[in-house]
Ligand binder design. Sequence first.
Ligand code: MOS
Length: 735
Amino acid sequence: MAVSRVDGRDKVTGQARYAAEHPAEALLYGVVVSGTVTKGRIASIDPAQALALPGVVEVITHENRPRLRSFDLFYKDMTAPGGSPFRPLYDDKIHSSGQPVALVVAETFEAARYAASLVRVTYEVEQHETSLVEHMERSHKPSRLKAGYTPPPEPKGFADEMWDKAVVRMEGEYYSGVEHHNPLEMFASTVVRGDDGHLTIYDKTQSSQNSRWYVSHVFGLSKDKVTVRNPYVGGAFGSGLRPQYQLALAVMAALKLERSVRVVLTRQQMFSFGHRPETIQRVRLAARPDGTLTSIIHEALAETSRNEDYVEVVVNWSGQLYACEHIRLGYKLVALDRFSPMDMRAPGAAHGVHALEVAMDELSYELKMDPLALRLHNYADIDPTDGLPYSTKELRACYQQGAARFGWAKRPLEARSMREGHELIGWGMATGMWDAMQMFARASAVLHADGNLVVSSAATDIGTGTYTAMCIIAADAMGMPLERVRFQLGDSTLPVAPIEGGSSHVATVGSAVQGVCEKLKKSLFKLARKMPDSPFASAGFEEAEFAGGGLRLIAQPAHGVTLQAILASACAARIEEKYMMLPNMLKQQKYLRATHSAVFVEVRVDEAFGTVRVTRVVSAIAAGRIINAKAARSQIVGGVVWGIGQALHEETQSDDRLGRFMNHNLGEYHVSVNADIHDIDVLFVEEDDRIVSRLGAKGVGEIGQVGVAAAVCNAIFHATGRRVRSTPMTPDKVM
Ligand code: MOS
């Protein structure tokens, strides 16, 4: 199926409201004052000038914030890594550059913003350490662990000995700079306070229930005192997995002032929390002359903050991609005076698979072997680390179909052998891999007397197409037209759903939706049997089918009833079912569950300037059954665009003398723009993976980005003969 988004009209007509757009009576506006030093303590805060301004209601700081026992004891969110989360306005300590030091609250946004510039803060400055490269020697193994963290597997075989004595081998060190999330929608929270003190919070988050849980714990408010809603989210990419500090500040102000409050961060302030961590990776590969891999060694060093161990196990995919007897993987962190890093689209894999896939390309030149042939030669039919079978794996078909579509067979082996005018042309490829996860979710379904179906779950749609996918799944399960189905999400009071993360929402919430529809069908069938002169009176459930908005006998399709007629006959205004979907972990853990991709790229490099154009991309994706081909393609295109950004544009530069990210705006933090994007061709090799989900679907999104930057790097080498081992590959490095 390929349908346009069901929420598209609301979005393009402005009907869809985002976190900062929900109205409230007598709303107050909070503006955050950001700290100007990187480490130390606040010596003094003088709010007098700000408070003197007409319309300013309060300046909240660590000195006058409400005292809350829970703020001291239970500060956490469900997605926090191990360690102790940052608490805004907790005390006088400064942990990282741009940390919020005050919230100015006023009757108008303009007054709050101006007043924020009048708050005088002085600091006692301490020496900071923000350079990963300079402080590599004090790395540590992640210790403050979060549940679900998978450490790198124990070494297999004798990877170092095999590498030492290998005839053909490579060694490379790869550097990836910091990247920041730049979703269109600013981080914002609108806290609407009811007369009874109930808080309804519109928050920019990837989980209304996580934000609700967090607010309850941090402020000691019971579940029925707080509702969080996020019906529309304008992109997040991982930045909305954790509640951000504007939420805590808005709630703090609403409680202290007993008013409704909105806090919106600026684009610059969105560079002051969380980012994709800087990494340094060392990869060593060895092979026999025929291309058989004999050793994979991959070690990564990444940054974390002083207070938390943010973990994304950069190297793990290197033990899951290629058949090899000798594998050693290592992962360490360096704690810096920066805000904790956080998940960003394909966390870990975006950098880790990049290094491995560039290394594989380097090895292919050592072997004088076609890079695709090298990958096919080492194709893994079982999990190279644990020996588990893959739940499904159509990567070979991705390689073959992607290569055919791209015209890979015509590629000359030698680097620097194609040119047109002043441009060198190169063709490169890489493999992508991402986890296929399923979490726990509930759903409810209500069929109304008019034959319309409303399905609900506290899921999220960060722009990825959840509304549409769930409507498709429900309509398909019920055999009814899409227009008669509505899906409700984005409200913490709806049935439990997980965060929208890890490309797992379709496999998770979709399975719950299908499950609740199956239950509803059984109830409807029972009612249909009781109808006067029912054609189903003596039929079994399997002998009937739901189709065309009704129920009919499979053998006699003319004998049927509408769903409205079933409800009318039962005198029911509505029928409701609830369902709980628990992943079958016992079955799932017997398989390696992953999505795969093969990415083929053409670049044109200006020989004089070193500028790179990515003129052609073919991305072949194996991600289970595809629910909505249109949305899935859009997800992959988006991932490829971001992969091009990772390859050529995106990096937040730190001035370590100041300990601060300098290009904290969209003028100087470069993302790919329209002129950077040319031909992107997406093809799906469908799998029917009933181990990952009852739908056969795995999930798309993150897989679209993984491997793209590596394919660009490999194409640049093929064009120029120059290997760029750090991202982004800016002209100064390519020239
Ligand atoms: Mo994603 S980084 O799981 O939003």
